[in-house]
Design a protein around this ligand. Sequence first.
Ligand code: SF4
Ligand code: SF4
Length: 963
Amino acid sequence: MGKKFKTMDGNQAAAYVSYAFTDVAAIYPITPSSPMAEDVDVMAAKGVKNIFGQKVRLVELQSEGGAAGTVHGSLQAGALTTTYTASQGFLLMIPNLYKIAGEMLPGVFHVSARALATSTLSIFGDHQDVMAARQTGCAMFAESSVQEVMDLSAVAHLAAIKGRIPFINFFDGFRTSHEIQKIELIDYADLEKLLDADAVEKFRRNALNPDHPVMRGTATNPDVYFQIRETVNNNYEQLPDLVEEIMADVAKITGREHHIFDYSGVSDAERVIIAIGSGCQTANEAAAYLNAQGEKVGVVSVHLYRPFSVKHFLNAIPKTVKKIAVLDRTKESGAPGEPLYLDVKSAFYDSDVKPVIIGGRYGIGGKDTTPDQLLAVFEELKKDSPRNGFTIGINDDVSNKSLETTHLDVDLTPEGTTACKFWGLGSDGTVGANKSAIKIIGDNTNLYAQAYFAYDSKKSGGITMSHLRFGEKPITSPYLITKPDFVSCSQKSYVHHYNLIAGMKRGGTFLLNTDWNDEKLGKKLKPAMKKYIIANDIQVYTVNAVKIAGDLGLGGRFNMVMQAAFFKLAAIIPIDDAVGSKGQNIVDMNCAAVDAGIEALHKVDISTWDVEDTSMNQKSQQIDPPAFISDIQNVMNRQEGDNLAVSKFVGLADGTFPVGGTAYEKRGTAIKVPAWDKEKCIGCNQCSFVCPHAAIRPILTTNDELKNAPEGFESIPSKISRGAYNLTIAVSTYDCLGCGNCAQVCPKQALSMVKFDDKAKSRQKIFDFGLKVAQKANPTKKTTVIGSQFEKPLFEFSGACAGCGETPYAKLLTQLFGDRMMIANATGCSSIWGASAPAMPYTKNIFGHGPAWGNSLFEDNAEYGLGMFLGVKAVRETLASDVQKALELNISDELKDALKNWLDNRDVSENTRERADKLTEILAAQMNDDVLLNKIYNNRDFFVKRSQWIFGGDGWAYDIGYG
Ligand code: SF4
Ligand code: SF4
């Protein structure tokens, strides 16, 4: 039978294989594992049959703990049961893992391994989650590429059934789970042949069954518990050989041989790297490069990590080895070394070969692991005393553990591979277009294809970067593209912020979606970028995709036009094949858009450019930003955070981030922004009320203040202030996301959406002036729609999706209660738009007061919030008893009144700030050196009654502080 190739990601590969062996899937979704369960669900809905001729029964539980309990019960009932999970969700399953392993049940846990939330949360890949389960008695089995997930996931199921040990089958979150590769499929018919039907039969017959009842999960005493625990040793000792056998059987089908420890490199290697997961592929590339230069190095990729077979491990290592570096993608603070390193050390303890062994950490929290990092490890191993406990991929200038990279210019992707990078905005369709592009290339040509999508932390308004490679040789480069042949950018504003063509190869192609002509483009680009283009003979093309899509009635779906332009320029595949004349699987592109995109593709004449001319480079102004903004936030926002040294984060070690960062971002990503027509405005403030980003606000000014207003600042008499002030509806054009909510809600059509053009800067100045004029006392009640908007939002310019329906409520709460608010936030949308590093939208007022925000775990916000509530209550009760005692002191009537007033009204929200300020002021003047009064004064930031809230992950908010 011919080979069957398909373009898919690691999650799809795991779902496809697991489906074959699964009766029941009990799941709870968590990033980045959720697509596995979704795929299984889709397959079941389509009526796909597993190898037992049945559809998988998938059930979603209320939590990961619930999913694990269901897996346990289903296994005990005799159904082959599977789940899919990651991160802290997987950790919630640990109690059940002990039970399932203890009862020798063949469950399989597919894990797209992910970082754990510690001082900060990370959804990206590393091995902290799976390494936390290595003591449970489950076997641990790893893959390092999408093809390996296809080839080896079946081993986990087959060995679990035959070996009577549950398997944790894992691969790197995002890097493997979401990397799209053209891979070879295994037929279910072939998988079925590998199944040990007798073992399945035994498992089913051993299930709990009233026809032959037994008891499981009993309680035992010290007399027998220990002995029972020791009965399973043989199963674990035999498992590595069993897994080897099954791997050999699978290899007969696939033609790709694997072992529980895969060695690659020269047979007489002297320096060897040992690792688990996708980093092994990068290490293989680095080793091949060095061996081609006559060096003697090798790599051991660990597949079966638990049980750890010392015999197989030592057999995999060349006897010539002198030095070994063990790479762990996890961090175990306080341990003498990370887990794999310690296992390797102990494996050599009784060996005749005694190499020098060092350990290091890499790729934590999804840090990209590139060949130069691996070359640095091989380099370190050359030293007489190589450093133990090192790190790679970061610059650790605090504990000085990081290895320096020396081979930054090395490009190890296979020769003939084309590398393309696409800059997009979260909601602009670039990622979707590239997903379809890579499938078109993979499924319609003989080329191998790989795609990986990197996102920043914003919601749909953030940067996306699509990394596509294709070529005639298999692509084994699980890291981002740093040396592209082709770069496309869908957002013209990015030229002001990012070095879009960094590292581009000589003669490469740069495509920009813009309405600028050649001359204007020349004035917009930074001198460094223009110089790079000229020096490296970069071919520059523009296409006005937004206009073409608009003219064709496609609205914001201009990505189709960009995709057509890419296929035309990349010339990988005849344009007609790419755009739809072939096959069902080709994206449903609008042919007119395609034709127009190709037609409008314009080659820029760069000969007219003045390289030093920056007259139209519109990077928005940032006046004297705080050190955090200039040294950290701006660097991260330029997509250069990887270059930040550890010392920059010492102040953030406990996870504390300063508030108010979004005000400095000024991203300028809207295509259209609202323009105000003062003649029509009735000053209802509804526009401001609904804005998800606090980017449109009513500004009150005095006539005096107007004298200093910038050009174009218009106003009308403010009716609500009875003419005392002037009213201006001002737009922060660089913070607006162009959702149009304000214009839609305006009852008088006083707002129209206009193009974000060169006038945006002067409009921004109007808004900035508005923020600078003195804050006026609210001319009406803040508890009305109109009045609430005269209060400063203490939540502004969030990275929520354009038009978000959640953030206007969060913003409103901060306008009503923000200066004394505490928020216990669940994990979900509200924690992402509320607290994605580096820029925080929660902010403070001119007095420095604003919401204090914390997040514990996914959905423990109620309990976390209760803890906050009880903590504050306890401190304030102590304070109240101190104030009670202070009333007995010989103090002035004025101080006594202030203390009593505070004591009597300490839980009353209204005017709490005024009472607190007054007491603070009197205490400061009169406490002298009285110990008790000083103690009370030192707790003055507990005088104000807190407004305590729990926020749900999906934006709901609940007041637990009684106002
Ligand atoms: Fe706010 Fe949307 Fe209006 Fe922009 S268009 S000011 S983001 S409501
Ligand atoms: Fe003026 Fe319209 Fe805004 Fe009301 S919604 S304040 S009428 S611009």
